[in-house]
Design a protein around this ligand. Structure first.
Ligand SMILES: *Cc1c(COP(=O)(O)O)cnc(C)c1O
Length: 355
């Protein structure tokens, strides 16, 4: 028998979540962000489910090649642009769109040759201070791009640092609007959080990741309340049952000691599967659909759960680490991280199937 851990991807949820996005920003085109192997769901699997999206955003030329080879004809944006001038030939050949965030990249375009004009997304740093041109460098960057023979369509782009938090987007949005006033280029500003909370940021393109995968970008609002459905369930089974006596330890380091005589289940899932090792005793988990808690430290290939309230559970009982019935955001919160990290961390050895 094979190890029972699996990531079940729910294509219908991806389709539903795309519809939720369409209703939130009906005037914008939707770029499905499928970087990091489709946030751990599988690049092509996600792209197929989201084939109705107007474009895709990825990080590397390799991902873009896979999408084109699979037959996707939508615009594909390289979110960090090219890393070296040698990539421009593939960009040209496959008709990719590229972010331009630095003078070095403008220089590559100035020296580059392409039989077709390239579509570029000029990135403005409006306050995130990660990638992009500072406000005082923006106009000269724009002029330099317009002077490049191989540059065709220009789209203006920025990225929000706090769209999912109380701080919101107002400062960055105001800066973007001031800087780009009077310019008629298409615009793209919003990620999932901005799309849902600040529809005034929708522009011509929205760049959506986490919400398409069915997780809420907000700490204070649940995905289900927004109409989102989880696109991945990480499931496994109980492979052993232990009866431990009051005071006996469970797992490495003996960080958990039984508070009474109890039945515990050992689940085939560990940190080598992408489950966070720093999940402490009490992290929520489902056994036979019932909510219980993890016990002690997560091992490389296993973790322990409390079966005290689930007497029917035994070897072979189904376990949900996150997904349908247990939002990944909840597990993320309990383990001091965000849903993005848990989804992306799904290990190669975890088989992905579609329901
Ligand atoms: C990853 C990414 C997104 C998607 O963000 P979500 O919060 O997952 O919607 C949007 N824009 C850029 C530039 C990104 O890198």
């Amino acid at each position: 028998m094979t190890r029972p851990i699996q990531a079940i991807v729910h294509p219908a949820a991806l389709v539903n979540n795309l519809l939720v996005a369409r209703q939130a920003v009906p005037a914008a085109k939707i770029m499905a962000v499928v970087k990091a192997n489709g946030y751990g769901h599988g690049l092509l699997r996600v792209a197929r489910a989201l084939e109705e999206s107007d474009g895709f955003a990825v990080l590397s030329v390799e991902e873009a090649v896979r999408l084109r080879e699979a037959g996707f004809t939508q615009p594909i944006l390289l979110l960090e642009g090219v890393f070296e001038s040698g990539e421009l030939s593939v960009v040209s050949e496959l008709g990719l769109c590229i972010v331009v965030h630095s003078v070095e990249q403008i220089e590559m375009l100035r020296r580059g040759w392409s039989p077709v004009k390239l579509s570029v997304f000029l990135k403005l740093n409006t306050g995130m201070h990660r990638l992009g041109f500072a406000p005082d460098a923006f106009r000269s960057a724009l002029a330099a791009l317009q002077a490049c023979a191989i540059v065709g369509q220009i789209t203006l782009m920025t990225h929000f640092a706090t769209a999912d938090e109380a701080l919101g987007v107002s400062d960055q949005l105001a800066r973007f609007n001031t800087l780009t006033q009077g310019l008629t280029f298409p615009r793209t500003l919003a990620n999932s959080a901005a799309c849902l909370r600040y529809p005034e940021t929708q522009g011509d393109w929205v760049r959506l990741g986490i919400m398409l995968y069915g997780a809420s970008p907000f700490a204070t609002q649940r995905a289900a309340d927004i109409g989102l459905e989880p696109a991945m369930s990480l499931v496994s089974e109980i492979i052993s049952v232990q009866n431990v006596k009051l005071g006996e330890q469970v797992g490495y380091g003996g960080t958990y000691r039984a508070e009474r005589d109890m039945r515990i289940g050992i689940v085939a899932c560990g940190y080598a599967d992408g489950y966070p090792r720093h999940a402490e005793t009490g992290t929520p988990i489902l056994v036979m659909g019932q909510r219980t808690r993890t016990l002690g430290r997560v091992s490389m290939d296993m973790l322990a759960v409390d079966l005290g309230e689930i007497p029917d559970a035994g070897v072979g009982s189904p376990v949900t680490l996150w997904g349908v019935g247990l939002p990944v955001e909840e597990v993320a919160r309990a383990t001091g991280t965000i849903s993005y990290e848990l989804l992306c961390a799904r290990a190669e050895r975890v088989l992905v199937i579609e329901d």
